[in-house]
Design a protein around this ligand. Structure first.
Ligand code: PLP
Length: 301
């Protein structure tokens, strides 16, 4: 898995007794670098865990081919990628499993919550059991057993009905919500792309990917410039947060995980990235963000 991700990707592995092995990211998409995966595989490797950062899919064709060659499963962290596609298929439909998030920071929300997409039919029944607190209650409902009982580990992962109803409303409007985000994303892109020849980097989307406008980031020339940009935007009351502290450099990442090799792109890019405000009803704020950011970029670059 990449080190440039949220802690949940790694926690999921550690909670089941596994060791996350961190692989560097591609400098363009900030997704796991598919060219570096094979060198990190050894006899203990079980699974490849790409993350679709900012709703831009990782190179699933190459990643699934590597998994096939080595007999590994693929689990997609599609937390940010609901509504995104890769080669015209939904992100989250390529691996054996994919996790989606409905956390309040995502495109489609229910406050807290998420979904598991199961693309491997051999895992369906076990997923039902885990969801039913480790019982075969689903088989009981289907009349396949005459009473249900505890058969495996499980827990309580279900949302309540009020939350589910809220989420349904969001899902029914998913296209509209994503298209609002995409409009703002496009406006940001068009406003900042001209700074590229002055050392600013705007997001890159490979031609086989369609993203969902989940987040818009800029990469400043160095960490000092980022610091200065964030401080200047803050004086305008605009929050432009950076993103993940790479997991391999975090205390728990060092304790529970390991790196297969140095992660120069992760170290470099995570220190230079900022995110701009992006939410569906952003309204006039987006224009103000562009206006103030351009003033500060003109001064800094
Ligand atoms: C938000 C996020 C998660 C966690 O989602 P939860 O719904 O909070 O569990 C995991 N991975 C990535 C990449 C995320 O952005």
């Amino acid at each position: 898995m990449p080190s440039f991700t949220f802690v949940s990707t790694a926690n999921a592995v550690v909670l089941r007794g596994g060791t996350p092995v961190f692989v560097d990211i591609r400098p363009d998409t900030l997704n796991i670098d598919e060219k570096l995966i094979e060198a990190a595989i050894n006899s203990k490797t079980r699974s490849i865990w790409p993350v679709h950062y900012a709703g831009v899919s990782a190179d699933m064709q190459e990643i699934c081919a590597i998994a096939d060659r080595h007999g590994l499963t693929v689990v997609e962290d599609a937390a940010q990628a609901l509504g995104s596609t890769y080669r015209n298929r939904p992100a989250g439909s390529f691996g054996d499993l994919a996790a989606l998030s409905f956390h309040e920071t995502k495109n489609i929300i229910s406050g807290e919550g998420g979904a598991l997409a199961i693309n491997n039919s051999a895992l369906m029944e076990r997923a039902e059991i885990i969801r039913e607190k480790g019982t075969n209650r689903k088989r009981f409902f289907r009349g396949q057993v005459d009473k249900y009982t505890w058969v495996d580990i499980g827990s309580s992962f279900l949302p309540g009905e009020l939350i589910a109803a809220f989420l349904l409303g969001q899902l029914e409007k998913a296209d509209e919500i994503n298209s609002h985000r995409l409009t703002t994303w496009d406006n940001y892109f068009n406003a900042f792309v001209r700074y590229q020849d002055r050392g600013l980097r705007v997001p890159y989307t490979p031609s086989e990917c369609k993203h969902n406008g989940h987040l818009f980031h800029l990469i400043l020339p160095d960490e000092d410039a980022r610091h200065e940009f964030i401080a200047r935007m803050r004086t305008d009351d605009v929050m432009t947060p950076f993103h993940y502290v790479p997991l391999h450099s975090a205390p728990a990442g060092k304790f529970y995980g390991r790196v297969h090799a140095d992660l120069p792109c992760t170290d470099d890019l995570s220190a230079r990235l900022v995110r701009l405000p992006l939410f569906p009803n952003i309204g006039d704020l987006a224009e103000r963000v562009v206006e103030r950011a351009c003033v500060h970029l003109d001064a800094l670059l």
